[in-house]
Design a protein around this ligand. Structure first.
Ligand code: HEM
Length: 225
């Protein structure tokens, strides 16, 4: 089915979040990660945040199943929780990560995902798009940086970046965009979804901002000047 809106939703999402993407991409935390200087302790805490976010997203995604119009977005090949559990186990060496409280910004992000999952399934799609299409895009560059930064010589510790059930990421993303474009939505709904995706980018940026605390030396942590 063709939604009939023009430009199609996938184009609106890409163009409508370009600025938010640029802001998230240039967040100081992302810069540290990209420069290969992120301390391992900070990366471990970052994985804990991701686990919280994907747990909410994937619990919510289960709800997409019975929704007739959205069932094409029930895509377990994208699910990241099991992969994150493997990486967390690898980097922590035990299950202690399960006791770490997510940052306030992560908790706020999770609350928003839970709200849209309950009240507005199309809104959940905006969060789905923002994380998973990002993981299949820039995430692949991050994988190489993380491997080099922490001297990982096998795929151990990198499960988060690998989607073994997806043979061709570019083809998968094209298909995902076609699914977005086939949604029977009107102009008003398209705008609401793009607005929610912008919020999703912003919530990610706020997590990055709070993660910066873990980049300061342990001795100065918690000291407010
Ligand atoms: C330094 C960090 C980042 C880099 C270098 C980066 C890089 C990229 C690149 C090169 C693409 C284009 C891929 C393509 O055209 O197929 C892309 C797409 C995307 N990225 Fe990022 N990204 C970063 C951070 C993020 C973050 C933090 C998010 C969200 C949490 C994100 C979400 C997305 C999404 C949703 C797309 C798909 C856009 C579309 O085609 O509709 N990215 N990214």
């Amino acid at each position: 089915m063709v939604s009939g809106i023009f430009p199609p939703l996938s184009v609106r999402l890409r163009e409508g979040t370009r600025e938010a993407h640029r802001r998230a991409e240039s967040a100081p935390f992302m810069r540290e990660l990209f420069s290969g200087r992120l301390p391992l302790a900070a990366y471990r805490v970052f994985l804990v945040q991701l686990y919280s976010i994907y747990s909410a997203l994937e619990t919510g995604a289960e709800l997409l199943q019975p929704e007739t119009s959205l069932r094409t977005f029930y895509l377990p090949a994208l699910f990241r929780c099991t992969a994150l559990e493997r990486d967390l186990g690898f980097f922590f060496g035990d299950e202690s990560w399960r006791k770490i409280m997510p940052l306030p910004a992560t908790q706020a992000y999770v609350r928003r995902i839970e709200t849209v999952a309950r009240e507005w399934h199309l809104g959940l799609l905006a969060h789905h798009y923002t994380r998973y299409l990002g993981d299949l895009s820039g995430g692949q560059v991050v994988k190489r940086i993380v491997a080099k930064m922490y001297s990982l010589d096998s795929d151990e510790g990198l499960a988060f970046y690998n989607f073994p059930q997806i043979p061709d990421y570019t083809a998968f993303k094209d298909e995902y965009r076609a699914r977005l474009d086939a949604l029977p939505i009107d102009e008003v709904m398209a705008r609401r979804i793009v607005a929610e995706a912008n919020l999703a980018f912003e919530l990610n940026r706020q997590v990055f901002t709070e993660m910066m605390e873990y980049l300061s030396p342990p001795s100065s942590r918690g000291i407010r000047v």
